[in-house]
Design a protein around this ligand. Sequence first.
Ligand code: SF4
Length: 318
Amino acid sequence: MSADPPSSFSPFDAARITKAIRQRIQSLQQAGVTSFHTSAAEQTDLSELQKQLDAIRQDGRPASSTESQTSSVNASPPLATPQTTTQVTPAAASTNSATKVIPTPSSSAPPNNSPQESTAMPSQKQTELDIVCQEVANCTACTELADTRTNTVFGVGNPDARLVFYGEAPGADEDRQGEPFVGRAGQLLNKIIEAMGLTREEIYILNTIKCRPPGNRNPTPEEQQNCAGFLQRQLEIIQPEYIVCLGAIASHSFLECKTPIGKMRGQFFHKNGIKVLCTFHPAYLLRDPNRKRDVWDDIQFLMKDMGLPVPTKSDGVS
Ligand code: SF4
């Protein structure tokens, strides 16, 4: 099985990045943060940084040309780090799995799992996630979604999870409860997780966007782009080894490609040191139960690579 390589990343868009930084500053301020330290241990005041960005928006230049102020702008948190995506064929993945069985996070952990970071206490990670969650709750970047949502749906699970399930967008049940995958599709996802011998408390669940699109329409590319910074920060905190993209929208959004989902499943892609598996969305399985066999094949492929015992029972997802 093969798939087209994901397309290259979008060209640098200064206006979009500036807008995203401004939104993050506003969110941080609303969360009570007034300043942060750069890698050079310099303290940067957020209100001063906001002025700099206002000036850039108005005339394309910082308010002052002093080196220190310019470096403050450059020191703002990265939002759109250039990323690389590579594909591992089933054969190669199979070969790799022979030497990469990893019952616990180990030497095959992604490069961004530095020893210093991986020893962070779960409570520290949870605290960092809580800050991002607060920013999401205050976010109004997508006007229509912000006006119509009941709750933002940040994500749920273990901040130290090895495995993240990545879905499409909140539906009516998720919007009402503020938690992803709690409707009928969520119940089927729970069965998949249980068939793996895991619980929701051991993994993490996310969506491409945090607010429900009205009428359950698909999230637009702009809405996905608006929300991408939140996803990136969640993944930087959680540092999962594996991500399972559920359905075409999640797969195409995360891997930035348009390959049919049927051609993407059954193999690993690599992005930022994370092994990415694409499979059908549980909601699709509710419409076409014959596809459960395919999803179970994908999940077994994942379990073998994760070093999890694979049950001999053939109908793991019923
Ligand atoms: S979908 Fe994401 S970016 Fe858009 S309003 Fe909701 S939280 Fe903000």
